[in-house]
Ligand binder design. Structure first.
Ligand code: FNR
Length: 368
């Protein structure tokens, strides 16, 4: 269908499913095991209700924001999703170019299909990009990669901590990985294993020995803010804050790792409570991000009201370029922009910093 008929981010998913080759659809859409966590990422938001305020003069509404000190036109960022060329021949560049035009921040995946340099070179002056890092068993490779990214102007290092081993995504595993058709730019030192599904085939370089004692080393090799992506409990959120990193992403990797992990927005409740009790948050130098299941501006507004600094979107943008390339991503930004404008008016706020926990009723969030 023409782009004008795409009314929301869900519509992109329907189109992607129809047009993608089976292997690409399996890789993008799959989750771990029984995919309960994928479903929960969406239903968790449906357990949070709004408490809108009225009569507040909402004629001028502003949904711009900053993420780790970087200006952005929307309070969301494009989360890292590997292998963009499975969806479109231009791969991640669809995201980079649209993000440059619309002032949205992109997180570049370690396992991008396009070369890292190609992605940073496609950015316009002043465009902000973050890097998602899978830590290599060979730390020299990781060090070179991180320092190169910093030199190229990348503004944040998101270390993925929920993937010591890639989850079992059976839809993906049924599609045998043959040859190099995954379109993955393989990193040095990485071994490709066949017959494991795309995900496992490309991830055997990831170091499962990664642990809290490694954090000082990352701090020693880069001045970029370090964010741990994939925190799932308040206990680890406390350890992260104490380790002196600049933030965490409450995430279950889009339901692709531990099945039956809780949704990020649910974990947000306990994390803000326990960090606050310990005097670790609110803190301008420690940010709590959330991702998983976000398809609507209302999802984002809920997470921000509950204390998130910003929200990541993976599949919502990934699916938007499969059929439409860069235009699809731009259309997705426009949809979200319109949704923010309208829903902020209906909530009775003119700026995002007016969002408060009282603006949502999250009592059902932890009820299963
Ligand atoms: C991901 N995600 C991911 N995360 C990461 O740290 N490194 C990666 O290489 C990938 N690759 C990846 C591929 C695909 C196809 C998907 C769908 C997801 C997880 C991603 O960054 C993010 O956490 C989730 O996508 C958020 O959930 P939604 O928005 O997809 O529901």
């Amino acid at each position: 269908p023409p782009l004008e008929e795409i009314l929301n981010l869900h519509d992109f998913e329907v189109v992607a499913k129809r047009i993608l080759p089976d292997k690409a659809w399996a890789y993008y859409s799959s989750g771990a095991d029984d995919e309960i966590t994928i479903r929960e990422n969406h239903t968790a938001f449906q357990r949070v209700w709004f408490r809108p305020r009225i009569l507040r003069n909402v004629s001028a509404v502003d949904w711009s924001h900053t993420i780790l000190g970087n200006r952005t036109s929307l309070p969301i960022y494009i989360s890292a999703t590997a292998l963009g060329k499975l969806g479109h021949p231009e791969g991640e560049l669809c995201l980079t170019r649209a993000a440059g035009k619309y002032g949205v921040i992109q997180m570049i995946p370690t396992l991008a299909s396009c070369a890292f340099d190609e992605i940073v070179n496609a950015a316009v002056p002043g465009q902000t990009q973050f890097l998602q890092l899978y830590v290599n068993r060979d730390r020299e490779i990781t060090k070179r990669y991180v320092q190169h990214a910093e030199k190229c102007g990348v503004k944040g290092l998101f270390i993925t901590v929920d993937a010591p081993q890639l989850g079992r995504r059976e839809k993906d595993m049924r599609m045998r990985f043959v040859g190099d058709d995954a379109g993955a730019k393989v990193q040095e030192g990485q071994k490709v294993e066949k017959n494991q599904g795309v995900a496992r085939a490309i991830s055997s370089f990831i170091d499962p020995s990664l642990n809290w004692d490694d954090i000082p080393w990352f701090k020693s090799i880069t001045k970029m803010p370090i964010i741990l992506k994939g925190i799932a409990t308040w206990e680890d959120a406390v350890l992260a804050a104490e380790a002196g990193v600049q933030g965490i992403v409450l995430s279950n990797h889009g339901g692709r790792q531990l099945d039956m992990a809780r949704s990020g927005v649910e974990v947000l409740l306990e994390v803000t409570e326990k960090l606050r009790e310990r005097g670790l948050w609110p803190n301008p130098n420690f940010h709590i991000f959330v991702d998983g299941g976000v398809r609507r501006a209302t999802d984002v507004l809920k997470a921000l009201a509950l204390g998130a600094s910003a929200v990541g979107i993976g599949r919502g943008f990934l699916y938007s370029f499969c059929a439409y390339g860069q235009d699809g991503v731009e259309h997705a930004f426009k949809i979200l922009r319109d949704e923010f404008e309208m829903n902020m008016r209906l909530l009775g706020i003119t700026k995002l910093d007016q969002l408060r926990p009282e603006m949502v009723d999250a009592r059902a969030l932890t009820a299963h």
